[in-house]
Design a protein around this ligand. Structure first.
Ligand SMILES: NC(=O)c1ccc[n+]([C@@H]2O[C@H](COP(=O)([O-])OP(=O)(O)OC[C@H]3O[C@@H](n4cnc5c(N)ncnc54)[C@H](OP(=O)(O)O)[C@@H]3O)[C@@H](O)[C@H]2O)c1
Length: 268
């Protein structure tokens, strides 16, 4: 029996932000496979997510909203409870990035990234909390990133937003344990999605979004604070937490080397 069969999510309602594509979509479909009804939050076309979730026989609600907007969280919670009568799981997977050196980035770019990746998730958690506290249970997930732990060149607003989430999730866990609510970090590896398209490493080095998303959904009931889709990724994250700067520098150098090799091959 796999974890999905063991921890059936039948009858549970999961909100997944960023479920229109990429990792969020994989997570949403993985949760639906395990039995959960899905609320998909995003700004663009959700037809692929809808057809897969409904194809599995689950109920589905699309909320075409920008999580960076102040009014979005209240709408998400109200419409979810109105439609499903309950709310059990929140997965914050919506995210954006900017590829630029910290010294060159302007305030607006910092703000845009933080508004979605950090404040968007924080505001939604704040709106969900009273509901879950009343219910005396619930599970909330933040989607972090290795670079939020280790640092990486050319991506500081994104890395900083993920670093902030790492601390926020711990504080929320401490403050809400007595209410039966648990907080966790999903830690995907470098994955072949739109947000990672600016990272110039060959596609073979990027994981498949569906596989990672399903793997994370499969492990959503793990007791561990940090949840990864595979044993290898778990080991990599343990090493990253122990030696953050070493890994950050090594990954930056390795990525640059790959780019240089690709350039020299193009010239030949
Ligand atoms: N790919 C990787 O290598 C990697 C590694 C570690 C962590 N992550 C994290 O995984 C999460 C998913 O990223 P991804 O790689 O799957 O990227 P992606 O394919 O670009 O998907 C990003 C998702 O976020 C949604 N989104 C972005 N801005 C939004 C907004 N303002 N309001 C509502 N939804 C918004 C997008 O939907 P719309 O465009 O429809 O709004 C889309 O569904 C992110 O938090 C990312 O930081 C990714």
């Amino acid at each position: 029996m796999n974890a999905l069969e063991k921890f059936s999510l039948k009858g549970k309602t999961a909100i997944v932000t960023g479920a229109t594509r990429g990792l969020g979509q994989g997570i949403a479909i993985g949760l639906a496979e395990a039995g959960a009804d899905i609320v998909c939050v995003g700004r663009s076309d959700d037809s692929e997510t809808r057809s897969k979730v409904e194809g599995l026989g689950r109920q589905y609600l699309n909320l075409r909203l920008d999580v960076g907007e102040e009014s979005a969280p209240e709408q998400i919670v109200c419409k979810t409870v109105e439609h499903f009568g309950k709310l059990d799981i929140l997965v914050n997977a919506a995210g954006i990035t900017r590829r630029v050196m910290a010294i060159d980035i302007d305030r607006k770019d910092w703000q845009d990234v933080l508004d979605v990746n950090y404040f968007g998730a924080l505001r939604l958690v704040k709106s969900v909390l009273p509901y879950m506290r009343k219910a005396g249970k619930g599970r909330m997930i933040f989607t972090s990133s290795g670079v939020g732990v280790t640092g990486f060149e050319n991506i500081s607003p994104y890395a900083a937003s993920k670093g902030a989430i790492e601390s926020l999730a711990k504080c929320l866990q401490i403050e809400n344990e007595e209410y039966g609510i648990t907080f966790h970090l999903f830690h995907p590896p470098l994955t072949n999605t739109k947000s990672a398209s600016g990272i110039s490493v060959p596609i073979e080095f990027k994981a498949e979004a569906k596989k990672v998303g399903y793997g994370l959904a499969d492990r959503i009931w793990k007791k561990k604070f940090v949840i990864c889709h595979s044993a290898i990724q778990t080991a990599q994250m343990k090493f990253s937490y122990r030696h953050p700067l070493f890994i950050g520098k090594m990954m930056t150098k390795a990525t640059k080397r790959v780019v240089e090799v690709e350039k020299s091959e193009d010239l030949q």
